[in-house]
Each structure stands twice: as structure tokens, then as C-alpha cells.
Design a protein around this ligand. Structure first.
Ligand code: AMP
Length: 193
């Protein structure tokens, strides 16, 4: 089988991280979380991490040029091509979405939909070091103003399936798998790239 190339969108607090791990495991693809990559780069005091720090702290988007560099470097390693991938946290803007499709084709972009009000409440309950109320608000605002435009652009290319992300993790996972498989089986959808 050709390796699967997936993207997952979802607001912070939508359960995207958990679902991504489960999906990567099920399909044997490499889970690429740009948020994790940046946090690790910062912990290791790598240049890219230091450049991203102020944005991470503020909950703002790291500039597109920096992110495209991060993704290009990651895709230079052919494990991604051999095994397939699940991109989590990238693209987050239309410029990034366009850049991604210049680097690789994708099979399905999943839009894990959990309403703004629901994730806001969840996020204020959970605590990560960069989860100040201001950073949470900034991240959700960036999603509405920038990331929805990336989703709309990929949707116009016929790549997006929207899945209801409200519910128990196992139930949401079953919905995701069903939606992915339905999309892959759809003969009206062109395959590659
Ligand atoms: P995440 O773990 O996906 O919520 O990402 C944490 C933070 O990393 C975000 O709030 C941004 O500051 C930064 N980040 C991660 N991915 C991207 C991206 N694709 N574009 C811009 N900033 C990003």
C-alpha cells in the first residue's frame, strides 16, 4: 500500500494530539508535530528554537518563512516519504498550506471540529507551561483568523474532511478512521499528488 499522507487540523484543546498519536499508530505513519519540534528545539537551545521562543511564549504564530524551513528540513529525511506522515500543527496559514503542497502531496486533511467555546473552557482547565490565559486566547484567535483560511484553501482543492471532535476519545477516533477510509475509497477523488 502507498504510504498515507495526512494532515490534521483542530483548535488547541480539540484533542488533536491524542488523536494524532492514535492515528499515526494505526496507519504506521510518522507523527510530525511542529509544536513539539519547536519546543524540543528550544529545550536543546537550537537556533530555530531560540528564534521561535518569543512566539511560543506569546501563543502567536511563528513566521511562515521559519516554519517552511522547519518543514522542508524535516521532509529532506526520506523516512517521511517511505512511511507516510501525519502532520499535526502544520500548516496553520494559507501560505504554509501552499508551501506544503509544493513540498509534498497529501491524501486527506482532517478537520477535527470542536467549537471555540468548548475548547476555551477545556484549555483554561489544563495547564502546560505556555498555557497562560493570554496565550490561549492568542492561539485561538490565530486559528480563527489564519488557520481557517488554510483549511478553506485545502477544502477548495478537495482535500478536507470534517469530523465532529466532541465526544469520548475512542468514539472520536472511530469517526476519524471511518472518515479517512471513506475519503480514500472515494473513486471521484484524484489520488496523487
Ligand atoms: P502546538 O503545540 O501545535 O499548539 O504549537 C505550539 C506553538 O508553536 C504555537 O502556539 C505556535 O507559536 C508555534 N507553532 C507550531 N506550529 C506552527 C505553525 N505551523 N506555524 C506557526 N507557529 C507554529
Amino acid at each position: 500500500m502507498t504510504p498515507l499522507r495526512l494532515v490534521i487540523f483542530g483548535r488547541q484543546g480539540a484533542g488533536k494530539g491524542t488523536q494524532s498519536e492514535m492515528l499515526a499508530d494505526k496507519y504506521g505513519v510518522i507523527h510530525i508535530s511542529t509544536g513539539d519540534m519547536l519546543r524540543e528545539a528550544l529545550a536543546e537551545k537550537e537556533e530555530i528554537g531560540l528564534r521561535a521562543k518569543e512566539y511560543l511564549d506569546a501563543g502567536e504564530l511563528v513566521p511562515d518563512g521559519v516554519m517552511l524551513e522547519v518543514i522542508k528540513n524535516r521532509f529532506d529525511h526520506d523516512d517521511v516519504v517511505r512511511n507516510g506522515f501525519l502532520l499535526d500543527g502544520f500548516p496553520r496559514t494559507r501560505v504554509q498550506a501552499e508551501g506544503l503542497l509544493r513540498i509534498t502531496g497529501i491524501d486527506v486533511a482532517i478537520n477535527l471540529e470542536v467549537p471555540h467555546a468548548v475548547v476555551m473552557e477545556r484549555m483554561l482547565e489544563r495547564k502546560r507551561s505556555d498555557d497562560t490565559p493570554e496565550a490561549i486566547t492568542a492561539r485561538l484567535d490565530a486559528y480563527e483568523t489564519k488557520t481557517l483560511a488554510a483549511i478553506a484553501w485545502l477544502d477548495a482543492m478537495g482535500k478536507v474532511v470534517t469530523v465532529d471532535g466532541v465526544g469520548e476519545p475512542d468514539e472520536v477516533f472511530d469517526r476519524l478512521v471511518e472518515a479517512i477510509e471513506r475519503r480514500l475509497d472515494d473513486p471521484s477523488v484524484d489520488d496523487r499528488p
